[in-house]
Design a protein around this ligand. Structure first.
Ligand SMILES: Cc1cc2nc3c(=O)[nH]c(=O)nc-3n(C[C@H](O)[C@H](O)[C@H](O)COP(=O)(O)OP(=O)(O)OC[C@H]3O[C@@H](n4cnc5c(N)ncnc54)[C@H](O)[C@@H]3O)c2cc1C
Length: 410
């Protein structure tokens, strides 16, 4: 039996940060990773560029995690974006802030992010066992027992950092849920978050690849109206892009049959102003086709589809009456999409659901049921919007779990 202070299952960003933090307390740390390399999902992030985190004061970051804002509050305060950036800057990796507030490594390479973490793990003499898929964990005499094919490890504290169930090919296959439930934890049903939505509107296929840089998208959940804003893209089966992804966090788990969402293609202009501008354009260009008039607000392909789908005759602008004009303005501001489902959880960027937050102490990331058991990252029922929030939470919760586990052993 190999004895260690802290055993961590999973070498993703959360597990690596937990190990680095705990090792600073001179603790003996072992990580088990089922893949033959660490951070396989991390390498895919931001299309290989790694959107590390987001600008903003801790309170703004916390608010973005709604409905999990209260749960993440302590970990984000403990380890806010600035501390994460300091960590990378001090180790020679600069970062850049893009216009939308997303922060990337200056080299635009997720490999560089992963390498900083791996170098730090090596410097801190953290032992990583690769290709070791933990199958089960038990607790005997206050020690966690983690058997592997070749040997068994006993640990005074255990951190589960196995991720969710999205992109299982990267190693996140939901094993952490099994370990947690064996220790008495409830698991909130995992559902897809940050996913494209599948729409009944067949014309999406014709527009696939067409991007819009700024829309608002809204839907009603009970009495509550959810609104998200940002870029959107048409896909072969519906709609995607950041605005849609953020909305999907709130509705992906709820979609049963049909869910109506409304897209405002011209969010910076109110409906009366659009009507006024349409009237002006029509008066100035009576011989132009209606699609050409609409192209003032929208890409031509979309303008074309909106007319065809809504039986708006493609007549000369001069023939457009007030009723048609009002109808057009309404379509630009409030275009309905019938969402039939979300894309599969396997293809979702993150998983909503997982280890029930109410059984985890937000101040330490320790289980309220099993002393010495900690959680870090996406294995818990937390997800944030697009923009670096999910990695920030992986790092913040990893930091807090690592620190708390090490301090518990002092
Ligand atoms: C394509 C894609 C792009 C993304 N881009 C961004 C982005 O730009 N910015 C952002 O903030 N977020 C992004 N995310 C989300 C982000 O990557 C995750 O939220 C984050 O990786 C979660 O970190 P984690 O350490 O909790 O889990 P993971 O990164 O999933 O790591 C879990 C680790 O545990 C290991 N493991 C699982 N079970 C076992 C077991 N039984 N035994 C041993 N090891 C095990 C896995 O192999 C894996 O290495 C993206 C996700 C995807 C899929």
């Amino acid at each position: 039996m190999t004895e260690t202070d802290i055993c961590i299952i999973g070498a993703g960003p959360a597990g690596m940060m937990a190990a680095i933090t705990a090792a600073a307390y001179s603790k003996k740390i072992v990580i088990f990773e089922s893949n033959t390399t660490a951070g396989r999902k991390l390498l895919l992030t931001g299309r290989g560029r790694c959107n590390l985190t987001h600008t903003g004061k801790p309170d703004e970051i916390i608010r973005a995690f709604k409905p999990f804002d209260r749960f993440v509050r302590h970990s984000i305060y403990e380890y806010p974006p600035q501390k994460l950036l300091d960590f990378f800057h001090e180790r020679g990796l600069d970062t850049v802030v893009e216009e939308d507030g997303c922060i990337f490594p200056a080299t635009h390479s997720s490999t560089d992010v992963n390498n900083v973490l791996l170098t730090e793990l090596k410097n801190k003499q953290v032992q990583i066992y690769y290709g070791r898929k933990t199958q089960n964990v038990t607790k005997q005499n206050n020690l966690f027992i983690i058997p592997t094919e070749k040997f068994t490890v006993s640990a005074k504290a255990l951190i589960i950092a196995t991720g969710g169930v999205s992109w299982p090919q990267t190693g996140s296959t939901g094993d952490g849920y099994k370990f947690a439930s064996e220790f008495g934890h409830n698991i909130t049903k995992p559902v897809a978050a940050i996913v494209p939505l599948i729409a009944a509107e067949k014309f999406c296929r014709d527009l696939a690849g067409l991007g819009l840089s700024n829309v608002t998208i809204s839907c009603k959940i009970g009495d509550k109206k959810i609104i998200d804003r940002g870029p959107m893209i048409f896909t072969h089966s519906g709609i995607g892009g950041p605005a849609v992804f953020d909305l999907s966090r709130n509705i992906a788990g709820l979609i049963a049959n049909n869910y109506k969402v409304f897209v405002d293609f011209v969010p910076n202009t109110n409906i009366d102003e659009i009507d006024r501008q349409l009237a002006e354009l029509i008066a100035e260009n009576p011989k132009k086709n209606i699609v050409q008039i609409l192209s003032h607000f929208l890409p031509k392909a979309l303008a074309n589809v909106i007319c065809s789908e809504n039986q708006i005759p493609k007549i000369e602008a001069g023939q457009i009456n007030k009723k048609i004009r009002k109808n057009l303005a309404e379509k630009l501001k409030n275009y309905p999409f019938n969402i039939v489902s979300a894309q599969d959880i396997e293809r979702a960027t993150v998983t909503r659901g997982g280890v029930d937050n109410s059984q985890i102490d937000t101040k330490t990331m320790q289980s309220k049921i099993q002393p010495g058991l900690f959680f870090a990252g996406e294995v818990m029922n937390v997800d944030g919007p697009c923009g670096g929030y999910n990695l920030q939470f992986a790092f913040s919760s990893g930091f807090l779990a690592g620190k708390s586990a090490a301090q518990r052993l002092e």
